[in-house]
Structures are given as C-alpha cells and as structure tokens.
Design a protein around this ligand. Structure first.
Ligand code: COA
Length: 153
C-alpha cells in the first residue's frame, strides 16, 4: 500500500467535494463551496492511497496564536488505517512550522482527537469570530453537541 500526502491544487476540488459529500449531508462537516475551497486551497493536505484520494484536512490560521483543524475526512473505504491521525499530525507539523501555539478542533469525534494528543476545553474559550463565521452556518446551530479540543504546541 503506497500512502502519499500532498498539497492540492484547484483541480482537486471536485473530487474533494465528492469525498466529503456524505459528511456534509449528515452535518458532521460544514459545507465549503468551490470558491471557498479555492480561496483556502493552500490550507489543505490530501492523503492518497495507491493513487486514490483517501482523505483530506485543512489547517486554518485564526491568529498568531491559534490554528484550527478543519474539514477532516477519511473516506469510509480507508478508515482505521491511521490516515486520520496522520492528517492531524500533518496539521500539527504545519502549525509548528508557523510557530503557532495551539491547534483547535471542534468535533463530535472526541476519542479520535484524544488519540491524536488533544484534550477538551470549555467552549467559552473558542474565539468569537469563529462562532459567527462558521457555527452560524451549521445545521446544528445553536444546539451543538460538538466538543472543543486543543493540542498545545
Ligand atoms: C474521524 C475520522 C477522520 C478518523 O479517521 P481514521 O483514519 O479512520 O482514524 P485513524 O485510523 O487515524 O484512528 C486513530 C485512532 O482513533 C481511533 N478512532 C477513530 N475514530 C474514532 C471514533 N469515532 N471514536 C473513538 N476513537 C476513534 C482509532 O480507533 C484509532 O485508535 P488507536 O490509535 O487506539 O488504534 C473518520 O472517521 C472520518 O472521516 N469521520 C467522518 C468525518 C468526521 O467526523 N471528521 C471529524 C470532523 S472534526
């Protein structure tokens, strides 16, 4: 099995949208339009297995202190192979490169993020602009079951 990580270009967007479609429909991951994905294309990392796109994630920088793991998804066919963990590690490494202090995730997958070294924090500590930019667009807003988790760099 050959596993590769790479930064996408805009031609990857249709396949990325297809891969994340079910999770967007279920409300686990927020819909990002093609334009939004193009605007933030530099923040994404893709993982490929034997030439097939198997998952991706994005690291969004909020401030000189804080970045966020966004849109993390591994295709159902490739789950349980530690690809999710490796994608999160790629985000952590990128955050270290930019000398950030903390990586945030808002997630339903507490156990998974614990396995990546994250711990839960109070939601009150999430930056306010994040709530207004993203949460308000979510299917589940304002009754949200997600937990806020961080990794200290
Ligand atoms: C969450 C997700 C990315 C995990 O991807 P994955 O590649 O299957 O996960 P990994 O194989 O890297 O799992 C790493 C560890 O987390 C554990 N884990 C994975 N999913 C878990 C879950 N839902 N609950 C608890 N533990 C979980 C694995 O058992 C493994 O544990 P181990 O180290 O003890 O063996 C994948 O299930 C997914 O795409 N889910 C739907 C989208 C989603 O919820 N994304 C997160 C939004 S923030």
């Amino acid at each position: 099995m050959e596993i590769k990580f790479y930064k996408p270009d805009v031609t990857h967007i249709p396949l990325m949208q297809e891969l994340v479609k079910d999770e967007v429909q279920s409300g686990k991951i927020l819909l990002r339009t093609e334009d939004e994905m193009a605007t933030t294309i530099r923040s994404y990392t893709i993982v490929e297995v034997d030439g097939n796109m198997a998952g991706f994630t994005a690291l969004h920088i909020h401030s000189p202190r804080l970045a966020e793991v966004r849109s993390l998804v591994v295709s159902k066919d490739f789950r349980g192979l530690k690809l999710g963990q490796k994608l999160v590690t790629a985000c952590i490494d990128e955050a270290k490169h930019y000398k950030l202090e903390q990586v945030l995730s808002l997630t339903y997958e507490k156990g998974f993020f614990e396995s990546c070294g994250f711990h839960e924090i109070e939601k009150e500590n999430i930056p306010e602009h994040k709530i207004w930019a993203d949460c308000i667009r979510c299917k589940h807003f304002p009754i949200c079951e997600e937990v806020a988790m961080v990794y200290d760099l």
